[in-house]
Ligand binder design. Structure first.
Ligand SMILES: Nc1nc2c(c(=O)[nH]1)N[C@H]1C(S)=C(S)[C@@H](COP(=O)(O)O)O[C@H]1N2
Ligand SMILES: [Mo]
Length: 322
């Protein structure tokens, strides 16, 4: 790990097992002391999604931004992909061992057409679109990335979800042969994520297959990853091998690891701090600014996508449902 990385990596990323276990024990103590005021993720289901429709014009206004792009070099060398190691440079310097073709995705759960489907068939009939989105990592840095992909909702419709499909669960490949980081327990593998069905069907939610007009590099989640621009970056799960329609809120990898710190919703929200650091500002890695000294800018509600997604959370206590 470089000094630079060491300076910037929050304690959450220290993988040393002993340190990690100590912290877990500490977290258990916190869990037993609600007086400390740490928000715990309640087990009860959240209020039902209000689901007002977003107009196509509203949605489209979020598809692009004129903000300065993050350089390709930075997008592809400063990564979080723990399956290839926990250092920011690990995923890009790892040997290119991920076999991305053939690639199959298992579709399961509450839908009329489950099955195992080849990536080409999953995407067939859907024209790739370009989206220029902000990506805000929970650690406090952000990028602006031109993605190519298809709206997740269009893909999901192909499998005819039933009325019981209240959530969608995603799983990343976890193959120790192709992914050297799997032998460390930095995550309880496989990496899992989830969305409420209205979030999954929202026009901003993208299944990305490329960036900067090129196929996704291994380090960015080849050949298929989620991009949910109004949520912290860890919701944007990489190298997806399973998509499941489920009735109950699914467990997710970061919530599983540290439930008091990472909730299911994880909407970008400057007024809800991470228990160990503020979320009010972020380091924007864009243009030629170096990572360490990138400009700090205010973090926006829903990462600047409040007009497009805010109505999905009307009436929800976003401190409780962090
Ligand atoms: N499977 C998997 N998906 C993942 C991660 C990971 O470690 N494993 N890291 C997440 C985090 S914390 C972030 S910020 C983004 C980073 O995406 P990028 O490296 O393409 O910028 O990927 C997310 N998706
Ligand atoms: Mo992240």
């Amino acid at each position: 790990m470089s000094i630079r990385d060491a300076l910037r990596i929050p304690a959450s990323e220290i993988t040393d097992e002993a340190v990690y276990r100590d912290r877990r024990n500490l977290l258990r103590l916190f869990a037993m002391a609600p007086a400390l005021g740490l928000a715990g993720c309640a087990d009860a289901e959240p209020p039902p999604a209000p689901r007002p429709a977003v107009t196509p014009e509203q949605a489209r206004s979020g598809f692009r931004t004129s903000e300065e792009l993050t350089r390709y070099e930075d997008v592809t060398t400063y990564n979080n992909f723990y399956e290839f190691g926990t250092g920011k440079a690990d995923p890009s310097t790892a040997r290119k061992t991920l076999r991305t073709s053939p690639w199959n995705v298992a579709i399961s759960g509450e839908c009329e057409k489950p099955g195992r489907i080849a990536l080409e068939d999953l995407l067939s009939g859907l024209a790739p679109e370009e989206r220029i989105y902000r990506l805000r990592c929970v650690e406090g840095w952000s990028m602006v990335i031109p993605w190519q992909g298809v709206p997740l909702g269009e893909v999901l419709k192909k499998f005819a979800p039933t009325s019981k499909a209240k959530y969608v669960a995603f799983t990343t490949l976890a193959d120790p042969v192709q992914m050297p980081g799997i032998r460390y327990r930095s995550i309880n593998w496989p990496y899992r994520e989830g969305l409420r069905i209205d979030e999954a069907m929202h026009p901003l939610t993208l299944l990305a297959t490329g960036l900067y007009g090129k196929p996704l590099p291994q380090q960015n989640g080849a050949p298929l990853r989620l991009v949910v621009p109004w949520k912290y970056g860890f919701k944007s799960i990489k190298s997806i091998v399973e998509i499941s329609f489920v009735e109950k809120m699914p467990e997710t990898a970061w919530h599983d690891l540290q439930p008091s710190e990472y909730g299911f919703f994880s909407n970008v929200n400057p007024s809800v701090d991470h228990p160990r650091w503020s979320q009010k500002t972020e380091r924007r890695i864009a243009g030629t600014s170096s990572k360490l000294f990138a400009e700090r800018i205010p973090t926006k509600m829903f990462n600047g996508y409040a007009d497009q997604v805010g109505s999905m959370y009307a009436g929800m206590d976003l401190k409780k449902w962090y």
